[in-house]
Unconditional design. Structure first.
Length: 93
């Protein structure tokens, strides 16, 4: 298995990506405009996805921290986190 991209090379890729795609793609789908802070593999490496230098940019997307955390839980097969509203009841998205 090939080593993951790290260090300066990853920072250059991130900087270039976020300069062209500054918004979280999952939030935009919901009509929310939030800055992307995480460069995410659409198909996680643990699930057979290609790394950023192997795919020509097809397996990457920008996500905010919340969307990235949720996607990571899904990628690993964890149950979704239930959000609780101020009234003490679960909040549905």
């Amino acid at each position: 298995m090939k080593d993951r991209i790290r260090g300066r090379k990853l920072q250059r890729i991130r900087d270039e990506w976020f300069s062209l795609h500054p918004l979280c793609v999952k939030c935009v789908e919901k009509g929310i405009y939030r800055a992307a802070t995480q460069l995410d593999h659409i198909v996680a490496l643990t699930n057979g996805g290609l790394d950023f230098d192997e795919d020509g940019g097809k397996n990457r997307q920008g996500l905010c921290d919340d969307c990235h955390d949720e996607k990571t839980r899904q990628d690993l097969g964890h149950t979704p986190r239930v959000r609780i509203g101020l009234d003490g009841f679960p909040v549905e998205d």
